[in-house]
Structures are given as C-alpha cells and as structure tokens.
Design a protein around this ligand. Sequence first.
Ligand SMILES: *Cc1c(COP(=O)(O)O)cnc(C)c1O
Length: 378
Amino acid sequence: MIEKFSIDYARCLDKKDPISQYRSQFNIPQFQNKDAVYFTGNSLGLQLKNHDFYLKQELEDWKSIAVEGHFHAKTPWFDYHRSLAADTAQIVGAKDTEVVTMNGLSVNLHLLLTSFYQPNKNCYKILCEPNLFPSDLYVLQSQIELRGFDPQEVIMFAPVDEHGVVIENELYSMIHANKSQLALVFLGGVNYYTGQVFDIPKITKIAHSNGIMVGFDLAHAAGNIELKLHEWGVDFAAWCSYKYLNSGPGAVSSVFIHEKQINKNPFRLSGWWGHKKSNRFELQNKFKPINTAEGWQLSNAPILSMSIYRFSLEFFNNVGIKKLITKRIKLSEYLEDAIKLCNQKNKFKIITPGNAKQRGAQLSIFISQDGNKIFNSL
Ligand SMILES: *Cc1c(COP(=O)(O)O)cnc(C)c1O
C-alpha cells in the first residue's frame, strides 16, 4: 500500500499514462520555486502556453483594420460566436444551433429564467438543491420577486443528508408529490460543494413526465462529466468557461436551449445581436429573433475573451472527454486510497457520493478536527 504512494511509483504511472504529455502545455503556478500542486482547477483552470493563439490574431485585426474587423477580420467578429458553436456543442452533447456563447454565467441564468420560468398563480414553485451556489440563489430570488412572488414560498429545497448531499430518491418523490405546483426543477449538474453528480437524464425524465420544465447550471459539469443535453431532453442550461474549461478569469459563458424550446419562441429579453443577421445592421424597429439559441444574444460579442475560450475548446476536444474521464477515475481512486491510508483516526470523511466512476473530478472532504490547520498546510 505505502509503496503505491512513493514518488517513484507515481512518476512511473505518469510515464505510462496516454495523456500525460499534455501537462507540459500548461503554465503551472510556482510555489516556493517549484510547480504548485494545484487543487483549484474547479475554481479557475490553468493557462495553456498557447492560450493567446487566437487572441493575438484578434488584437492584430483590431490594430490593422479596426471596425472593418466585423466583416473582414480573419474570423469576422459579426459572427464570431459561430466559430465556437461546434466545439461548445460537443462539450455538452448538443446541436450547434442549441448553443451560444455570450455574457457571464449569472447574467445568462437571468436570461434563461426570464424565458423558461413561467409561473402562474397555481404553478410557481422551483425545486433546487439547498447548497446552491450563492449567485444562483440570488438569481432565483430576484427572478421570483420580479414576477411578484415571495422567494420563501417559491423555492423548495431537495432533502439532504448531514453533509448536504441530496438524497436522490427523496428528490424524485418530491418532484412527483409537488407536480401541480412545480414550475421548474433547477439544479447544478455537479454540486460545487459536495461534488455530487446529478442523474441529469433521470431527473429530466421524471420532471417532464410531470409536466415540469428542467434547467441545469453546469458550471462544475461542463468539461468535467460527459453530457448529452439534446438526447436527454434538458430544456436549458448554462455554464462558465473559466473552471474546467480553462478560459481565464471572468471569461464568457455559454448556454444551451433545447430546440423544442427554441421553436416555441418564448418571451426573452432582447438585444440587437439576437436579431436576424440578414438585416441586423439595418436598424429595424421591430425585433425579429434568429431562430436558434443565437436569438438570445443581446450585445455584440466579447471577442477577446471568446478567442481564448475558442483555443481552450479546441484543445479540450482534441484530447477528448473520454480520455479525461479515464484519467480522472485513476487519479480519484489514487487520491481516495491515499486518504484512506492516512485516515486511521477517522478525521476525514469523503462526502462526495458514489465511487470514482460515478463522480466528477472532485472529492469533497469533510474534516472533523483541525480543519483549518490541515487546509492551510495543504
Ligand atoms: C462558478 C459559479 C458561478 C459563477 O458565476 P459568474 O456569473 O461566472 O461569476 C455561478 N454558479 C455556479 C454554480 C458556479 O459554480
């Protein structure tokens, strides 16, 4: 057992690993003149050495042709988001027409909820997990108030165990039991705190069989677990690009809207970039949306941020989620065994449910004594 955790053995595993060569393409932050052991990729992914590949081009086009870049840049800015569509669609298992990249994540959640949270006086409740990311909770609360409801009466929290892990069967029964009042089930694909991976297809199926809309915040799922949003029939989702997708601080977000929802042409907050492209610049006085997810765009695109995301997505899809998952399972099992070895006094509890195959790339550990001390020394 101990042998397995020697540095030589670990290096030997690395040598045999089919994707270990990619490590050298990242800039690793330095700590005491050595590569840091970076455990925070789920908060801000690391930078690639070539991350400015497309960025340089955009800076150059801006410098040399300025406003003409909208139509004559190497990748015209007018339509720049299309250069990311196939790769973003691949990350979440969608059609190209069901995804678009724009804004920040919290902004996108507002836009999606504006369209897909459609409460009425009998059916207005929202079911979510209790340890929701704070921003998601604020987004929900303010959306509810905007519609004239009281957040306290609207938000229902799924039942959890002592560590905040949602008890799946109770979540499913809760959907059935409250179907007449539930307007929306809104969950994280992977909970940011516990690392719990939700059974997205199952939740979607149960919600739909009860006539309820389903949306997911995939901030911790995109680039982490395999997703098939189109096939699963998820109504809408959004994610950020700077966590598992390594696109830099505050980088642009993407959304998914299922084509069956796009085709219903629901109300949306609108802006000129969502208007039909053929006459977008003719300054029409009536909004006519593009009939894809692009029809939810408001502003002209943040090209510089998108150019970094574009490079990341290409890099990412080039490696492929399947290989990443294989590696992630090995790493998680290795870490879990290491934790078990030093846990003879039962100080640590892994609260992320399931085994390494059912989890994402996160193990949440609850430390019953000296938590701060251990955190700081890590
Ligand atoms: C990281 C994260 C956010 C952050 O939102 P921004 O608008 O990008 O600042 C929101 N929700 C979840 C679930 C997150 O994990």
